[in-house]
Design a protein around this ligand. Structure first.
Ligand SMILES: Nc1ncnc2c1ncn2[C@@H]1O[C@H](COP(=O)(O)OP(=O)(O)OP(=O)(O)O)[C@@H](O)[C@H]1O
Ligand SMILES: O=C(O)c1ccc[n+]([C@@H]2O[C@H](COP(=O)([O-])O)[C@@H](O)[C@H]2O)c1
Length: 212
């Protein structure tokens, strides 16, 4: 196969961080992470399940060890993907700036890319110390074809020019998959097959997750 469309090799080593509640992890997360890794020439992507996601208000989030195990199962077939329990071990809310700063100590000299969905980036002004965060790392907003980039541009106009320059967008194939929908489907006895890796599907049923 020709390499003509392959992105050029970056000067600095690059790593991606994919943060999320992952309750459960699904193919939307995996496709976004893989596309970001490919387009930006990252050596690997670390999936980091949030211990206490700052903006999630629901009380019935699955135990951290279940979400970590599902994420481990989901990434196991990709040699470029790995997981970290760093946020789960940390006390308090899982702020991304704390995670990125901790990772910078381990990956000194590397460029760090925090991968999110564009819906999460639309909320970025409400994140802890967003200007400081965008000094520490790049953000990749995975958009679906047809996503309103103008709305994003409008939101970002509240940030400094330097901060905006650190936010990159990529298009991923339309994947209308969400953890919320998967949880509802399990509760209602509807299929979840093909929405997430088979091993994660099995784990959900074996551990009777999302049944009430
Ligand atoms: N289908 C998808 N395609 C691309 N990115 C996604 C998709 N679903 C979620 N993401 C992004 O992955 C990150 C982690 O998401 P999260 O674990 O909250 O999953 P979710 O499906 O959005 O969950 P929930 O439905 O419970 O809110 C967020 O940045 C989110 O925007
Ligand atoms: O740092 C913050 O203030 C912050 C606010 C909201 C979300 N985040 C992070 O964004 C990621 C996706 O969050 P969520 O709630 O969509 O699962 C996850 O890693 C969260 O820790 C981070």
């Amino acid at each position: 196969m020709s390499d003509i469309n392959k992105p050029a090799q970056p000067e600095k080593r690059r790593i991606g961080l994919m943060g999320g509640t992952f309750d459960p992890v699904h193919h939307g997360h995996l496709v976004a992470a893989e596309e970001a890794r490919y387009q930006f020439g990252m050596e690997k992507v670390i999936f980091i399940p949030a211990g206490k996601p700052p903006h999630k208000t629901r009380q019935d989030i699955s135990p951290p060890e279940h979400r970590l195990e599902m994420t481990r199962l989901a990434v196991s077939s990709n040699p470029h993907f790995t997981i970290s329990d760093l946020e789960m071990k940390r006390e308090g809310l899982s702020y991304t700036i704390d995670t990125v700063r901790a990772m910078k100590k381990v990956y000194a000299g590397w460029e760090i890319f925090f991968i999110t969905g564009s819906d999460a980036v639309l909320e970025i002004l409400t994140w802890k110390n967003v200007e400081g965060l965008l000094q520490e790392c790049f953000f990749i907003a995975a958009t679906r074809p047809g996503f309103n980039l103008e709305a994003l541009g409008h939101k970002l106009s509240h940030l400094s020019r330097e901060a905006v320059a650190k936010i990159k967008t990529i298009e991923v194939p339309a994947l209308a998959i969400s953890s919320t929908d998967i949880r509802h489907r399990v509760r209602e006895g509807r299929p979840i097959k093909y929405l997430l890796p088979e091993a994660v599907e099995k784990f959900i049923y074996q551990n009777k997750l999302y049944q009430i």
